[in-house]
Design a binder for this molecule. Structure first.
Ligand code: FAD
Length: 267
């Protein structure tokens, strides 16, 4: 199988750099083909601006979604974006690897998503009407492929538990897992999160590396997070509300969007 690893850390000699090497070696040892997009090393441009849309005339007002759709359909998006889109078509699985910075991904990786997940490719796909709200959340261009996160965090695992002060890790990663990866169709796997990394040493590294090797060995077999499909009958259209009677009556928030009423939380 083919795997694209998008790596967002400025220092190759970092813990993230070591974990990337572990992941790539294990995937290749399992017989997979791997490509790495190393965003800092490649000097990835993270901001969306006029230069992204060659078809836009200089006096035209920039409407990013519309301009993205025009250049995507025409095949005239910039070469760096087109190259990443080609890699996404090529890959059976996508891995995003990053250190958690301010409870989110580093800006360079968010900018990769903003620019590469073009209108007509990752969003704005399928029929949009009062009967159907597009092909998204389980359907879309990238349906049939898998995606997962590898994340390092300075905070302790307890700080990210259900009652932890940082908020539950599943909730913090929901906008990425559900909003960015599930949206264009990926089956999203539970993330591999390494906690309390800033005081890490060699004795801490090997168990974490072995855990990562195991996750790479099971990349194409482990069960995805059971998000509800938008067009599977669970949601009202066009309000996109979860149907009355689904989900625990007292439940609110992200867990409502897990099939099984939140019983199967990602771990
Ligand atoms: P490094 O700094 O490279 O390494 C961490 C430790 O691992 C070091 O002790 C290093 O010696 C050791 N190490 C590295 N490689 C190896 C190896 N091969 N073998 C053994 N040991 C090794 N954390 C949060 O939890 N939440 C946040 O919101 C958050 N926000 C942040 C915002 C910013 C701007 C920054 C800079 C940090 C933030 N952090 C946060 C902490 C951040 O998540 C961690 O610093 C980061 O995940 C560490 O990853 P790294 O690859 O940079 O580690």
């Amino acid at each position: 199988m083919k795997v694209l690893l998008v790596y967002a850390h400025p220092e190759p000699r970092s813990l993230n750099g070591s974990l990337r090497t572990v992941a790539v070696r294990e995937l290749e040892a399992s017989g997979h083909e791997v490509q790495v997009s190393d965003l800092y090393a490649d000097g990835w441009k993270s901001q969306v601006d006029r230069a992204d849309f060659p078809s836009l005339s200089p006096d035209e007002r920039l409407v990013p979604a519309a301009a993205s759709g025009t250049d995507f359909v025409a095949g005239t998006l910039t070469a760096d974006v087109m190259s990443e889109i080609a890699k996404l078509h090529w890959a059976d699985a996508l891995i995003l690897q990053f250190p958690m910075w301010w409870f989110a991904m580093p800006a360079i990786l968010k900018g990769w998503v903003d620019r590469v997940f073009a209108y007509g490719f990752a969003y704005g796909v399928g029929e949009h009407s009062d009967r159907r709200w597009g092909d998204r959340y389980g359907e879309g261009t990238l349906a049939g492929k898998r995606a997962m996160l590898i994340v390092t965090a300075g905070g302790w695992e307890e700080h990210y538990a259900e009652r932890g002060i940082n908020g539950p890790i599943d909730d913090l990663l929901f906008p990425i897992n559900h909003g960015i990866l599930y949206y264009p169709g990926y089956e999203v796997l539970p993330p591999y999160v390494v906690y309390r990394v800033d005081r890490f040493d060699e004795s801490g590294f090997e168990p974490v590396a072995e855990g990562l090797r195991e996750r790479m060995r099971t990349l194409f077999t482990c069960a995805p997070i059971p998000y509800r499909r938008q067009n599977g009958g669970d949601y009202l259209i066009p309000s996109m509300q979860l149907r009355p009677g689904l989900g625990r009556p007292d439940a609110t928030g992200y867990a409502l969007h897990l099939d099984g009423d939140g019983a199967a939380r990602e771990g």
